[in-house]
Write a protein that binds this ligand. Structure first.
Ligand code: G3P
Length: 221
C-alpha cells in the first residue's frame, strides 16, 4: 500500500452512522480520486456497501480469529476479503485481543492478501507485534485517543521509539501513529518523526467542516 497514508477510522460515532458515514466516505473518495493517499475504516455494517460502491482502500475496524462456519455474529478475515476490502485494523485500543490472536490474524491476512494494521499502545508493544510481520503497526497511546492533543505533541518519543524499534526488528513493517491527530501540522510532525502516516478518527469524523480538515491533513503529505 502506498505511503505515507492517512487512514480514517470512522469508529461508531453518530457522525459516521448511516447517511453521515456515507457522506464522509463519498468525500474521502473525492480526495482519493484527486490523488490523495487516503483509506477509510467504516462501521462494520457498512463494509460491503462501501467496498462495492467506492474504489479507495477500505479497512475493517476489526476481524475475529474464528473459523468460518458455526461462529455466529463474528467477522472473519475471509469474509472481509471476499467483499473487496483492502485490509483490516487488528487489536484496536477499543477492541483489544490476545497476542496469540494478533499473530494468527496477521498470518491469515497475509495468506489472503489483506493489508494488516496492528494497533499498539506503546513502543515495546510496537516492537513485539512487528515480529509478526504485519504490513503496519499503528501506535496509539490510549489516554490520548479522542482528545485534543496530538500524540506527536504530547508524546513524540512514543512515535520515534516505535519507528526505531520496529525498523530494527522488521524493516519491512511500516509505522503509523494516532491519537488526537487533527491538523496538517500534526501529520507533518508524524512524518518528521519517521512515521509512514497516521490513523485518526474524531479529528475528521466529528469536524464541522470535514472537507477543510481533510484538505489541511492531506495537504501536508
Ligand atoms: O483509530 C484511531 C483512533 O483511535 C484515534 O482516535 O479520535 O484520537 O483520532 P482519535
Amino acid at each position: 500500500m502506498e505511503t505515507p497514508v492517512i487512514i480514517i477510522n470512522m469508529k461508531t460515532y453518530h457522525e459516521s452512522t448511516g447517511g453521515n458515514g456515507l457522506a464522509l466516505a463519498e468525500l474521502c473518495q473525492e480526495f482519493f480520486d484527486s490523488g490523495s493517499p487516503i483509506a477509510i475504516a467504516p462501521q462494520q455494517c457498512d463494509l460491503a456497501l462501501f467496498a462495492h460502491k467506492f474504489s479507495l482502500p477500505i479497512f475493517s475496524q476489526h476481524v475475529d480469529n474464528v473459523r468460518q462456519g458455526g461462529t455466529t455474529g463474528r467477522m472473519t478475515p475471509e469474509a472481509v476479503k471476499s467483499i473487496g476490502c483492502a485490509g483490516t485494523l487488528i487489536n484496536h485500543s477499543e477492541f483489544r485481543i490476545t497476542s496469540d490472536d494478533v499473530k494468527a490474524l496477521v498470518a491469515r491476512c497475509r495468506e489472503l492478501g489483506l493489508v494488516s494494521c496492528v494497533c499498539t499502545k506503546d513502543a515495546a508493544e510496537s516492537r513485539a507485534y512487528a515480529a509478526f510481520r504485519p504490513d503496519f503497526v499503528a501506535v496509539e497511546p490510549p489516554e490520548l485517543i479522542g482528545g485534543d492533543i496530538s500524540v506527536t505533541t504530547a508524546n513524540p518519543g512514543i512515535v520515534s521509539d516505535s519507528v526505531r524499534m520496529v525498523k530494527s526488528a522488521e524493516p519491512s513493517v511500516k509505522v503509523l501513529c494516532g491519537a488526537g491527530v487533527k491538523t496538517g501540522g500534526d501529520v507533518a510532525k508524524a512524518i518528521e518523526l519517521g512515521a509512514d502516516g497516521v490513523l485518526l478518527a474524531s479529528g475528521v469524523v466529528k469536524a464541522k467542516d470535514r472537507k477543510a480538515v481533510l484538505t489541511d491533513l492531506l495537504g501536508s503529505i
